[in-house]
Design a protein around this ligand. Structure first.
Ligand code: NOJ
Length: 767
């Protein structure tokens, strides 16, 4: 039998006996009733405990047994650091007093580890032990035995856990143009996350990276709605699998329009015409919902003057009524409070809670002060400002999630397995993803290195394992302590381990010009590894897109030596190099944030064991004055704003030719075929990108918009005909006048398909 915890013991003890009998007798009576109630409420054969019943039946039964206080608890999510140590950010052991307050007194239904709130020591096994301990306490102190659902940001592997393999951040993954890789990474991540007792992943990011100044650009799959949709869909499939009870719940985040703040600064206002919202920002979220994502996290910013957390239009009309999403809508961190203190759209916290819950937030990521939130929401229900029906609706969604995750059947995890499952898992997949993302932007016949005897490796990223990881790695802002570092290979290690016979790899650490000058004299070639520091969210906003001046100076000195030079860049966004550097002859590998296998993948590309095939998933601007700059501009803008490197750009060590493009309409699809030939002398992978140019229709449309892509790997001299089947719906646009409220439809007319320099036409939408 579970222990029954009075929800408000202080209040209970103040009550006087209406019958005038002795206090002791009343207590005995209450205790007896309580025990009886608990037995009845949670008897083993209560319908909600029966896995043979449908989720709906179980939810109905459980909901009917719950008090309002218990329901409000299910709508609350607390950061685990609140339950640890002595303060809100102390990673000490679980604290009994706070377990009692959060899990017993307030019946909080969900916990998270936000930004790396990890146990000490940070090992997979101690994560599993911690989540088991929390789960046990929650279940044993819940009258109805309701388990908690635990969430985390495992956005490139199980990235908070030391020992877990780190995969490329999304921006690099998108450069692979291979969503199947994202699906396998998500599957593997789900397994690792679940092995540590965690069931809910706050991923994938579905925001569209339209402005590289934004500190979260690298968390996106780039600027194109269709490319991002393909990666989102694959990721959701990978995280959740066919059976949520064996995977983790995915999160479409952040709903919606978070990726386009006008200033480029995180969480500042976005002004997005409805047409753009629907055509650019919504498709990737919709792809996540269609793939079955169980949850959604709300955009922390505002759109067109309304914070998303207060928008009934976004959270109910659009999300529920139009898109038909039925899962849990969780707030982002502290965002109801921000309606008062940041956005200033609500005068009091109470008004803000009313606004947000009524708009459609089901669960509030508090993240620390559960008491104020639960008390406020209870008052709002008692005052009739939030209806009980709205509470039931939200709790129903949360309970459905818990049942479908199998938490009532298997709330605990085998701690002894966690280390074996998580540690260094699937490094070969991390390698495959890293090597497929590397994008060769310049070469000048420098790469692959052939005939160099002495290679000088230099620059701050050369022997760093932190630089290729970026933010959201162990800590929120990236690795913070040398004692908690993920496994990985640096560029220096990779180049040394893979050096061909007779090749020496020298390394200069630091910025001393004399030392660098001396090392350059005896080098045949220099590999300069530059890097942005790790960052996350607003800490990563950049007005300049520049590297630190000393890094530019370092590269300048190397270039001045006249030695063949390879620049390797770890960065989460396009970086603007000064003109003199940018106009120099050097090879340039954009490495993004490739994770654990950075060094091996980069060394293989440098030595020619791998042929680079990454293609930019964003437009690389020439200067910041052009921002925001994306490839899918209408006719009026295309000609005047030339990119430094265009969307989809990337070089190879071989040459490809595309020929014989044809397109035809086949029912609800457009079939496209094109022949790809490898005319160079190495095996290589080519990405075929199909763009559309739509007919004039009274509405501005992009001069080119991606509607399909595929990849082919060819031996030298080999040719292959590749085919794509593109649903006609992908050619649709949002109709209507300037409000962009019209139907999405395929406007009748002749559509031009563009593949490389080739063109074909199809006629669509004719009766
Ligand atoms: C804030 C971030 O915006 C969100 O992406 C993340 O999931 C939560 N914090 C939890 O860490």
């Amino acid at each position: 039998m579970k222990q029954m915890i009075p929800l408000d013991p202080a209040h209970a003890s103040r009550r006087s006996s209406p019958l005038g009998i002795s206090r002791l007798k009343v207590w005995l009576f209450v205790l007896l009733l309580g025990c009886l109630g608990a037995v009845l409420a949670q008897s083993e054969d209560a319908p909600y405990q029966d896995p043979a019943l449908s989720t709906t039946e179980r939810v109905d039964d459980l909901l009917a047994r719950m008090t309002l206080e218990e329901k409000v608890g299910q709508m609350t999510q607390v950061n685990v650091s609140r339950l640890m140590g002595g303060g809100e950010w102390d990673r000490g052991p679980l604290n009994e007093e706070w377990l009692q307050v959060i899990l017993a007194d307030h019946q909080v239904g969900s916990l998270l580890s936000g930004g790396g709130a990890s146990p000490v020591p940070n090992t997979p096994e101690s994560w599993a032990r911690m989540t088991n301990d929390l789960q046990r306490y929650a279940i044993e102190n819940s009258r109805l035995g309701i388990p908690i659902v635990y969430g985390i940001d495992a956005v490139h592997g199980h990235n908070n856990v030391v020992g877990a393999t780190i995969y490329p951040h999304n921006i690099g993954l998108a450069a692979s143009w291979n969503p199947e890789l994202a699906e396998r990474i998500a599957q593997r991540t789900a397994r690792d996350v679940r092995a540590t007792g965690i069931h809910w992943n706050f991923a994938p990011v579905t925001d569209i990276g339209r402005d590289p100044r934004w500190g979260r650009f690298y968390e996106t799959f780039g600027e194109d709605p269709y490319l991002a949709s393909a990666f989102v869909e694959a990721s959701v499939r990978g995280y959740q699998g066919d059976d949520l009870a064996a995977g983790v719940a995915a999160t479409v985040k952040h709903f919606v329009g978070y990726g386009a703040p006008l200033t480029g600064q995180d969480r500042t206002s976005a002004l997005i015409p409805l047409r753009t919202l629907r055509e650019v920002h919504l498709p990737s979220a919709q792809a996540g919902f269609e793939a079955g994502a169980a949850t959604v996290m709300i955009n922390s910013g505002s759109v067109n003057g309304i914070p998303a957390h207060a928008s009934g239009y976004l959270l109910t009309d659009l999300l529920r009524d139009q898109l038909g999403f039925e899962g849990v809508a969780v707030s982002d961190w502290n965002d109801i409070d921000k309606l008062v203190n940041n956005h200033r759209v609500a005068a009091t916290y109470k008004d803000a809670v009313e606004l947000s819950i009524n708009a459609g937030v089901d669960m509030y990521m508090v993240p620390h002060d559960a008491a104020t939130y639960t008390r406020t929401l209870l008052e709002l229900v008692q005052e009739g400002r939030v209806s009980e029906a709205r509470i039931d609706e939200a709790v129903r969604r949360v309970l459905t999630l818990k049942f479908e995750l199998g938490l009532f059947e298997e709330p605990y995890v085998d701690e002894s397995q966690a280390d074996d499952i998580v540690r260094e898992a699937n490094r070969s997949l991390a390698y495959e993803a890293a090597v497929s993302s590397l994008t060769l932007l310049e070469n000048f016949n420098t790469l692959p290195l052939e005939g160099a005897q002495t290679i000088l490796v230099t620059g701050p990223g050369a022997d760093s394992i932190i630089a290729p990881m970026g933010g959201w790695t162990i800590g929120w802002q990236g690795v913070e302590s040398p004692s908690e570092v993920p496994p990985g290979v640096t560029v220096l290690q990779g180049l040394r381990e893979r050096a061909p016979e007779g090749v020496t790899v020298e390394h200069v650490r630091g910025n001393d010009p004399a030392q660098l000058g001396a090392a350059l004299e005896s080098a045949d070639v220099a590999v300069v590894v530059l890097s942005e520091p790790p960052y996350a969210e607003m800490e990563g906003d950049s007005d300049t897109l520049r590297l630190a001046v000393d890094q530019e100076e370092h590269l300048r000195q190397v270039l001045a030596s006249g030695k063949p030079t390879v620049l390797v860049l770890f960065a989460g966004r396009p970086i603007l190099l000064p003109d003199d550097i940018r106009n120099s002859r050097m090879a340039f590998i954009m490495a993004y944030l490739p994770g654990s296998e950075a060094g091996s993948a980069i060394a293989d590309v440098i030595y020619g064991n791998a042929n680079p095939s990454g293609r930019l998933p964003f437009t690389w601007p020439s200067h910041t004055g052009q921002l925001p700059l994306t490839y899918d501009a209408p006719a009026t803008e295309v000609a005047m704003r030339e990119a430094h490197y265009p969307f989809g750009y990337g070089l190879s060590y071989t040459r490809f030719q595309q020929s014989a493009l044809s397109a035809s309409v086949a029912g609800e699809a457009v079939d496209v075929t094109v022949t790809v030939s490898n005319t160079g002398d190495r095996e290589g992978t080519e990405t075929v990108m199909v763009f559309v140019q739509r007919p004039p229709s009274g509405i501005l449309t992009p001069m080119r918009q991606l509607v399909g892509f595929t990849q082919v790997t060819l031996e030298p001299g080999e040719s292959e005909e590749v085919s794509l089947s593109i649903p006609v719906s992908r050619f649709s646009i949002v109709t209507g006048d300037i409000l962009g409220e019209g139907e999405r439809m395929v406007v009748p007319g002749t559509y031009r398909l563009l593949v490389g320099r080739l063109q074909a036409q199809v006629t669509l939408g004719q009766p």
